[in-house]
Design a binder for this molecule. Sequence first.
Ligand SMILES: Cc1cc2nc3c(=O)[nH]c(=O)nc-3n(C[C@H](O)[C@H](O)[C@H](O)COP(=O)(O)OP(=O)(O)OC[C@H]3O[C@@H](n4cnc5c(N)ncnc54)[C@H](O)[C@@H]3O)c2cc1C
Length: 500
Amino acid sequence: MTSAPAEPAAASLSKSELQAQIVPGLQAHLPPDAVLWTAEDTVPYECDGLTAYRERPLAVVLPETEAQVQAVLKACHARGIPVVARGAGTGLSGGAMPHALGVTLSLARFNRILKIDPLARTATVQCGVRNLAISEAAAPHGLYYAPDPSSQIACTIGGNVAENSGGVHCLKYGLTLHNVLRVRGFTAAGEPVEFGSEALDAAGLDLLAVLVGSEGMLAVATEVTVRLVPRPQLARCIMASFDDVRRAGDAVAAVIAAGIIPAGLEMMDKPMTAAVEDFVHAGYDLAAEAILLCESDGTPQEVQEEIGRMEAVLRACGATAITVSADEAERLRFWSGRKNAFPASGRISPDYMCMDSTIPRARLADILLAIQGMEKKYGLRCANVFHAGDGNLHPLILFDANDPDQLRRCELFGADILETSVAMGGTVTGEHGVGVEKLNSMCVQFSPEERAQMLGVKHAFDERGLLNPGKVIPTLQRCAEYGKMLVRGGRLAHPELPRF
Ligand SMILES: Cc1cc2nc3c(=O)[nH]c(=O)nc-3n(C[C@H](O)[C@H](O)[C@H](O)COP(=O)(O)OP(=O)(O)OC[C@H]3O[C@@H](n4cnc5c(N)ncnc54)[C@H](O)[C@@H]3O)c2cc1C
């Protein structure tokens, strides 16, 4: 796939020597305002949404054409310099955190919608187009792009592809993977590649499925074709209150077990509804220990029938109050609370770290109760919001990053949640990716053989390991180091976890 590479320069030169070498090499291919390298100019790029970890790159480039992207990749490849692709930087696992000896390749200027095809129900867009902008462009045709991360106002489709992002409607409509048909881009060596096709299926191995969720480690995407779906005639949302988290968790499992696939099925615990209500006044029941939001969409008849069935299940599971949105304004108000859960947490704590594990739906209450125990163990508060229908948790651990001890306790708390999720039959990430954040927990979920297979795939695409290195797949040495810290499944008091 790649030509024989020159020896990596990054191994032997200092940061300033590398910078002096690469900056003119990049300027030769890009307009003057598209290469940033001073501390002042690169500081805004030093982290993504996981702000506890920061790094400054050698340079940030902002290409506008595919030829420029290719030239940047070739220039870096020839010098053995790592490249980290960046969309909007809303990622929550440090995926777009720069490499200290690398170049950050921002795709922010790839922001054009190339084609909306209402007959084929597809949209072809550049990778820096915002998720919500696709639905806005498709709206005149009665269509929209279904995966809707809560960051959809800002995050890019390129970032969504790299993270296989989800959202509240993915339970019914699928994740990014299920809604992307074709991705075009470049390898680390700057060779053009295309995965998938606009047909229903593509011949050969399904490399599109390998690329989606690969966190910028296999290729840089420049253009994406997505599937559009018809906007439903009607949507209504139930808000159900519970006086006990176990009953709320069991109700989620019962709705799915009744053969219903809601358009969205979300859960928030009491600390989260309190934070959100104060911020957006969504009308949430503040007396409830947990609330569920259950949405139905379709024709008016379908919605009426499904809402009735869901209400019956929720009542049978012990809901203490049920409110069905009376109109579109009320439905949007219910969701505005859920969609603002992260910013609302930012108002009650200097920092928060958002975890993202999954568990089998039937264990929702168990994990919530386990997290309550961890709050005491690590001396930190945690507010919880779940894509409950998918069994995808988002515990937000509240802490102050300026206090090193709080940061360390927060990291341990997070690792405990992820590994408890694995012990309950779940995974360390649902939709936010591994990035740098979950590297240690990957050692717990995957065996050395499984990690070697992942490294083999990485090597097949990127022989020299230049695309987003040091992320997603932990090294053997790191896992050995991490393994020593576990004492019979418990943890040593406040150890320094292996860092990147
Ligand atoms: C308030 C808030 C709410 C959120 N809600 C959700 C949610 O509901 N569901 C969800 O899934 N996520 C959510 N996220 C996380 C985040 O928005 C998603 O992961 C999103 O897909 C990241 O897109 P981005 O453009 O910001 O990518 P970035 O953060 O810039 O990058 C993310 C990763 O993608 C890679 N990448 C970016 N562009 C490209 C490209 N063109 N080619 C190759 N690799 C690339 C980067 O190297 C990095 O590894 C939320 C984040 C915030 C801050």
